[in-house]
Design a protein around this ligand. Structure first.
Ligand code: UD1
Length: 378
């Protein structure tokens, strides 16, 4: 039975035990629950079919994407990674020994740019869902390079949605951003608030959300945008001026170079440890929020950038004083997520608070830190 005809069975199906469509053929597909088709790969020892789904993870060699890949593999699923390695790193995937597309490896690797529609088409063939993490993630870089930011973050998202639609992929999860909330003084930020993009980066991510909503409304595709709030953790690049503040501070402290705090450091962020973000993505893979949903995913509190620095310096036993510089263009002042919708739709809870996440992150940077190296522009 061709995949395209099986896809149509998703409509009107009900939740429950998987319905076996072709038990005789272990390479066939089964209908699992109400949202997805999964491939039947092997028989478990007790005589029941085991099902394995393959998900496309764009940016899967990068910080957030590689953690999602790891979680999918741990959960018994498979992954296809699309990454242009502009900020992704091969070492983030080497534990999985990736193979080429079609090789049958648990992790398949396709090198390419989401701005290339043909590459997106190849990436989406035969996958059961998409986690779209590939992006230019820096607010200041977007101010310097608005067109490239749009090309990757917005056109790239359109390319992937279109490729997913053509391939009959039924599920699409997008890494959206809390930058959508902009400068509103109301805290916490709740999904019903109007968007207020203050940078080309924020605009590009809001555009991605609206594309997902429109595809969810127009086609047989369940689309969900997860608005991440300042994600940090192991594997976040620390050798780029465009990376997250914790990674930059960690490197400065470990190398004894005074970091720059932009403004007076009183701006606050809802720092979200990577494991929480991964849990939200994996929950969405199983639960299926209403199509077009926007859901904020945060760390459960907010902390000033100066306090972040002081906490990190204390943890590393450093008395290095920061330098205070100009406020950054496009910066928002305060950020805090309202987590009620995430709790309701995803069963989300903050599993790792930022202080514990920071401890784990610093341990990781200490373990990999091997002296100064030249900054890259990734
Ligand atoms: C971050 C993410 C963005 C995400 C958003 C969600 C990165 C690189 N950016 O943007 O993708 O969508 O959160 O909320 O992960 N700062 C300093 N000194 C530095 C670096 C930063 O003072 O050396 C300050 C910044 O001015 C800012 C704060 O720290 O006020 C956080 O900056 P950053 O980590 O770049 O994150 P956002 O711009 O909030």
């Amino acid at each position: 039975m061709p995949l395209s005809s099986l896809r149509s069975l998703q409509l009107g199906s009900c939740a429950g035990d998987p319905t076996l469509l072709d038990a005789a053929n272990p390479s066939e597909f089964v209908l699992a629950g109400s949202h997805r088709l999964v491939r039947l790969r092997s028989w478990a020892s007790r005589g029941y079919p085991s099902t394995v789904a393959r998900f496309l993870v764009t940016g899967g060699a990068g910080f957030i994407g590689s953690h999602i890949v790891q979680a999918l593999i741990s959960a018994g699923d498979e992954a296809r990674v699309l990454d242009d390695f502009s900020s992704g790193r091969e070492e983030n995937l080497e534990a999985f020994t990736p193979g080429a597309v079609g090789s049958g490896a648990a992790v398949e690797l396709l090198r390419g740019d989401v701005a290339d529609a043909d590459v997106c088409g190849r990436a989406c063939e035969g996958v059961d869902g998409v986690f779209h993490e590939a992006a230019l993630v820096s607010v200041p870089r977007s101010v310097e390079e608005p067109e490239r930011t749009w090309e990757v973050n917005s056109t790239g998202t359109l390319n992937l949605l279109e490729a997913a639609r053509s391939a009959g992929v039924g599920k699409f999860v997008f890494a959206a951003s809390s930058a959508a909330y902009g400068e509103s003084e109301v805290l916490p930020k709740v999904e019903t608030m109007p968007v207020d993009p203050r940078s080309p980066y924020a605009a590009s991510k809001v555009a991605g959300e609206t594309l997902l909503a429109s595809y969810g409304a127009s086609y047989e595709m369940q689309t969900v945008s997860l608005r991440y709030f300042n994600v940090f953790g192991p594997r976040q690049l620390d050798d780029s001026p465009y990376t997250g503040v914790i990674a930059i501070f960690a490197r400065c402290l470990l190398e004894g170079i005074p970091p720059t705090i932009h403004g007076d450091g009183s701006q606050t962020r809802d720092l979200t440890y990577i494991d929480n973000v991964v849990a939200a993505n994996l929950a969405e893979r199983k639960r299926g929020a209403p199509t077009g949903s926007v859901i904020t995913v945060g760390g459960g509190g907010r902390v000033s950038i100066l306090e972040v620095y002081r906490t990190m310096a204390e943890a590393l036993g450093s008395d290095l004083e920061p330098v205070f510089g100009e406020t950054r263009a496009g910066d928002v002042m305060h950020s805090l997520a309202d987590l009620q919708r995430a709790e309701q739709l995803l069963g989300y809870r903050v599993e790792v608070p930022w202080t514990e996440g920071l401890k784990r992150t610093l341990e990781w940077y200490q373990s990999v830190h091997s002296g100064p190296s030249e900054p890259s522009d990734a």
